[in-house]
Structures are given as C-alpha cells and as structure tokens.
Design a protein. Structure first.
Length: 139
C-alpha cells in the first residue's frame, strides 16, 4: 500500500505544510476543492485559530479547503472522515475483499453520501489508499 501523489498534489501539500506546520499524509484535488489528510493530532494546527489557516489556504489556492484527520485504525479513520456526523462503522472481509459498512442517522444519510455521491466517493478513495478497503456501503 502506498499513496501515489500527482505533482499538483505535492505542490498543494508543500504549500499547506509551510502555511500551517501541519503534517499532511495525503491530498485529493477536485475541481472545486482540495482535501488534505492531516496526521492524527495535527487537526488543530492545520485549521488554525478560528480557522485562519484554512481561510488563508483557500485564498491562495482559490478553491474550498477540506481537512480530514488520519488514523492507523481503519474504523477510527472512517469515523473521522464523516465528522461531524456520528457514524458506526463495521468492517468485514468477504470473498477476499474488505468492505466497510457505515451506519448513519437517517436524517444525515444525504450528507454522508453527498450531492451526486461526492462525499462517499471521496471516502472510498481515501480508505482504499490508506487501509486497502475495497468498498464503503452506507446503511
């Protein structure tokens, strides 16, 4: 398992690390936003007092900036990815595949999945890259 970063991602990581002092483990680049995955415990440093670092990064990059916290524990990692929504995670091995079942409160299912599946696709990509989980199913 290893994360392959594009040149563009590496540039954004260097910029964000120099701006915040946070340790970045991964970066996803989308048309409308950049998603940074910070080392466990670096969330506060990355966000900055009153969100100042996120705001500064957004101004420099010209896109929305989202910050998520890494964890070596796959269940905690998934829980972090869905914050502030509280979800329950169950990871099973089925036919040589790792599948994560995520239970979200009914009123937040739309938020968890996101418009056009945007949120769930981002989550699937991150768990595949960091925990070799093949699929994420929202129940």
């Amino acid at each position: 398992m290893g994360v392959k970063l594009s040149t563009e991602s590496i540039r954004y990581i260097a910029l964000f690390e120099s701006l915040t002092g946070a340790n970045i483990k991964d970066c996803l680049v989308y048309d409308d936003k950049i998603v940074f995955l910070v080392r466990k415990g670096d969330m506060g440093v990355a966000i900055g007092k009153g969100g100042i670092n996120v705001e500064k990064a957004r101004e420099i990059i010209g896109k929305k900036v989202e910050i998520l916290e890494h964890s070596d524990d796959p269940e905690e990692f998934l829980t972090n990815l869905f914050k502030p929504v509280k979800v329950r995670v169950n990871i099973i091995n089925k036919d040589d595949r790792k599948i994560a079942y995520v239970q979200a409160p009914a009123q937040y299912k739309g938020l968890v999945i996101g418009k056009g599946g945007k949120n769930i696709n981002k989550v699937k990509e991150l768990v595949r890259r960091h925990h070799d989980i093949d699929d994420v199913i929202v129940k």
